[in-house]
Design a protein around this ligand. Structure first.
Ligand code: HEM
Length: 476
């Protein structure tokens, strides 16, 4: 067992086979289940999960160890908190799991059969067709768009103003997503799109957590509001696809955005995506691609404001490397501290804070045997703050990444972009976007938080800041 390994020394992690468990005399152990709380009859821990998701997950990991049984509404969830088990699940046996009925049911209406939600051959084909959109040479083009849009976004900003940086980052990444995906600008739509997405996220999360699933078709006001938001986003995306088809048929040269690439992508058998597949893929990239990066950037400004020493060091690096000029993707390899800051933001506030899988057959891991339809939870929130892997885990300290920590950690102690075949396709895009936006904005402004205001995470589908991140702009 290597649990006692000192990762902040210079030892390399080796895979262990021993997993920390509660003693065998517990009731769960007698039932062949991992240890875990009893919870209330019928409800299990549903109320606590609803009240304080992150607190409950952290408590369970601390109390019960690396593998935990969670009773929930007469069902079970298995929470795993050990890098080896996480690797087993995501990398060694992904074929024995899928994303499960909960996630797929909730996301289906918005994302259809896009990359995030599809499975099997359909997913493999779509991933193959979408991959070229994320090749290195295309990324440089996206990089130029990112910087141009960041500059445009702050053009009207003035020192002394108070801005909600969570909303600002959402609007900025939305325009970047629209521009890189569709090549068009519809800045005037950005706030409507943002509102529709937020409404749908809250709606779906409420449904996921509700003790009883009521039909989405019943004419309740919340179902009606969600219907309107779905219809709005659908008409927007279908409208853009149809306009693009018309332009193609009129003989216009294809643009070099992601949509054109997907429309022209052909599989080995010569087939192309249908309008519905295109809609699902574009909606998936659009939703998965802007919200997560926006949330990360919002947390970055918050953490920098809270840690003036880090902010100063970052600004110095930018001054020396760029001297006030706009950054480009070519500058990024030299901006080492900026990279460490972003890694550290993603450690403390991972936009995707939990990954869920459901077994499609009987599976064995962690010394237990689980039946088909067992749902397993993996949480970046827990692993990234695990004291076994991170010194002073609650502290924002980008320096920890500067001495090779990433190489010493076990592969699945830090995994903001997931892992295995379903690893995030947009990782490079997101990291580049976060770095270019930060390098652009941090050379123009400092962002100061009002004294005494607490910023708390709100675990929706992504890890948002509850009630936003208001900040005062100060000129550099
Ligand atoms: C900081 C930003 C981001 C974070 C933290 C993040 C995180 C993740 C994670 C953890 C997964 C795996 C989910 C699972 O295994 O169930 C994932 C998948 C995915 N992400 Fe991201 N993501 C980010 C940005 C992006 C961007 C910018 C795009 C697109 C432009 C994107 C598109 C996707 C897609 C399509 C998938 C599904 C991949 C597949 O299953 O083949 N993400 N992301």
């Amino acid at each position: 067992m290597r649990d006692d390994v000192t990762l902040n020394g210079h030892e390399r992690w080796t895979r262990s086979d021993a997993i920390a468990r509660k003693p065998a005399h517990s009731a769960e152990a007698r039932n062949g289940l991992p240890p875990g709380p009893r919870g209330l009859p019928f409800l299990g821990v549903a109320l606590q999960l609803r009240r304080d998701t992150l607190g409950l997950l952290a408590h369970l990991a601390q109390q019960y160890g690396d593998i935990v049984h969670i009773p929930l509404m007469l069902q079970s969830r298995i929470l795993i908190n050990h890098p080896d088990l996480i690797e087993d699940l995501l990398v060694r046996m992904p074929h024995k799991f899928d994303k499960g009925p909960g996630i797929k049911g909730a996301a289906k209406r918005l994302l259809g059969e896009g990359l995030l939600t599809s499975e099997g051959d359909l997913w493999r084909r779509q991933r193959r067709l979408a991959q070229p959109a994320f090749h290195r040479q295309r990324m440089a083009e996206y990089g130029r768009t990112m910087v141009a849009q960041a500059e445009e976004h702050i053009r009207a900003w003035r020192a002394g103003e108070v801005r909600n940086m969570a909303e600002e980052m959402m609007a900025l990444t939305l325009v970047i997503a629209v521009k890189t995906l569709f090549g068009t600008e519809f800045t005037h739509e950005a706030s409507h799109v943002g509102d529709a997405v937020t409404l749908l996220m809250r709606y779906q999360l409420k449904r996921l957590r509700a003790p009883i699933k009521l039909s989405m078709k019943w004419p309740f006001p919340w179902n009606r509001r969600a219907d309107r938001a779905y219809a709005y986003l659908d008409s927007l995306v279908y409208g853009i696809i149809e306009e693009r088809r018309r332009r193609r048929e009129a003989g216009e040269a294809p643009s070099d955005d992601v949509l054109s690439l997907l429309m022209n992508a052909m599989d080995e058998d010569g087939s192309r995506m249908t309008s519905k597949q295109l809609r699902d893929e574009v909606m998936t990239l659009f939703i998965a691609g802007h919200e997560t990066t926006a949330v990360t950037l919002g947390w970055a400004w918050h953490l920098l404001a809270q840690n003036p020493g880090v902010e100063e060091r970052l600004r110095k690096e930018l001054r020396l490397a760029l001297g006030g000029r706009a950054p480009s993707p070519d500058d990024l390899p030299r901006l080492i501290y900026l990279d460490a800051v972003i890694r550290e933001v993603l450690r403390l506030y991972p936009a995707a804070y939990v990954i869920q899988r459901t077994s499609t057959e009987r599976v064995e891991f962690g010394g237990y045997s689980f039946p088909k339809n067992t749902t397993v939870l993996i949480s970046q929130w827990i692993m990234h703050r695990h004291p076994r892997y991170f010194d002073d885990p609650e502290k924002f300290r980008p320096e920890r990444w500067l001495d090779g920590l990433a190489d010493r950690l076990p592969p699945y102690a830090y995994f903001p972009f997931g892992g295995g075949p379903r690893r995030c396709i947009g990782q490079g895009f997101a990291l580049m976007e976060a770095a270019l936006v930060m390098a652009t904005l941090a050379q123009r402004f400092r962002f100061v938080e009002p004294a005494g205001r607490q910023i708390a995470p709100e675990p929706l589908i992504t890890l948002r800041a509850h009630r936003g991140i208001p900040m005062t702009l100060r000129a550099i």
